[in-house]
Design a protein around this ligand. Structure first.
Ligand code: AMP
Length: 225
C-alpha cells in the first residue's frame, strides 16, 4: 500500500535484458498487482494473422519501436481492466519521452499517482551475454539461461514440468544491437525526465536475480512509507 491507501503504481525501466520482466514477475507475485508488459502485449498482437499483426511482427523482429500512438492506446485500454484496480507495474512503457508525457496525463486523468520509476542499471557487455543465452518455457513462461539459470533437470521446466522451450526472435546479436541503440536514443531521455519529477530510483542489476529483487524490495519499503 502507498500513502494514499491504494496499491502501488510502478514503472520498471532500463535497457533491454536488464531484468525488467523477471523483476516485474517477482513483484507481481509478491505484492499481487498487475504486470503490464508492452513487449508481451505486442508479441501477442504479432501472432495474429492480420495486416496489423504482420506489421508489428516486422518491427519487433528488427528491434524497432512501434508507434507511440499505438502503444499509448494499448496501455490506456489495459490499465482500465479489473486486475489493475489494486495497482500495476509497467514493464517496457514508457519507452520514449512522448510516451512518458502522455503517461503522466493519462494517470492524472484517472486519478492515479505514480509511486516510483525504477531503473535497473546493467552495462551493455553484460546485457548481450544475458539476452543471447535466455529462453523461456512455452507452457508457463518461466525464464532460463544457457549459462546463468539452467533448469534442474536438462530440458524440463522447474516450475511446470513442461519440456518445450522458445527463444525470442528478437534475441539475436544484430537485433539486440539495434534495440540498445534505440534504448540510448529514444528511451534514455525518460530517465532525467523522471529524475526531475523526483520519481526515479536506481538499482544495480548486475547481481543475481535474488540480489536485484532484494534491492527493489528495500527501495519499495521506503516508497511505501
Ligand atoms: P520488450 O519485451 O520490453 O523487450 O519489448 C520487445 C519489443 O516490443 C521492443 O523491442 C519494441 O520493438 C516493442 N515495444 C515494447 N514496448 C514498446 C513501447 N513502449 N514503445 C514502442 N515499442 C515497444
Amino acid at each position: 500500500m502507498n500513502k494514499n491507501g491504494l496499491g502501488l503504481h510502478l514503472v520498471l525501466t532500463g535497457a533491454p535484458g536488464c531484468g525488467k520482466g523477471t523483476q516485474a514477475r517477482i513483484l507481481r507475485d509478491k505484492i499481487a498487482i498487475a504486470h503490464l508488459s508492452t513487449g508481451e502485449m505486442l508479441r501477442a498482437e504479432a501472432e495474429k494473422p492480420t495486416k496489423e499483426g504482420r506489421e508489428i511482427k516486422e518491427l519487433l523482429d528488427a528491434g524497432s519501436f512501434v508507434t507511440d500512438e499505438m502503444i499509448i492506446q494499448m496501455v490506456s485500454r489495459r490499465i482500465e481492466e479489473d486486475d489493475c484496480k489494486n495497482g500495476f507495474i509497467l514493464d517496457g512503457f514508457p519507452r520514449t519521452l512522448p510516451q512518458a508525457e502522455v503517461l503522466e496525463k493519462m494517470l492524472d486523468d484517472k486519478g492515479i499517482i505514480l509511486d516510483a520509476v525504477i531503473e535497473i542499471q546493467v552495462p551493455d557487455e553484460i546485457i548481450m551475454e544475458r539476452i543471447l543465452g535466455r529462453y523461456s518455457c512455452m507452457t508457463c513462461g518461466a525464464g532460463y539461461h544457457d549459462k546463468f539459470q539452467k533448469p534442474k533437470i536438462y530440458g524440463v521446466c522447474d516450475k511446470c514440468g513442461g519440456t518445450n522451450f522458445y527463444r525470442r526472435v528478437d534475441d539475436n546479436r544484430t537485433t539486440v544491437q539495434n534495440r540498445l541503440i534505440n534504448y540510448r536514443k529514444l528511451t534514455y531521455p525518460t530517465i532525467p525526465y523522471f529524475e526531475q519529477k523526483k520519481l526515479l530510483k536506481c538499482v544495480d542489476g548486475t547481481g543475481t536475480i535474488d540480489a536485484t529483487a532484494k534491492k527493489i524490495d528495500d527501495l519499495l519499503k521506503v516508497v511505501s512509507e
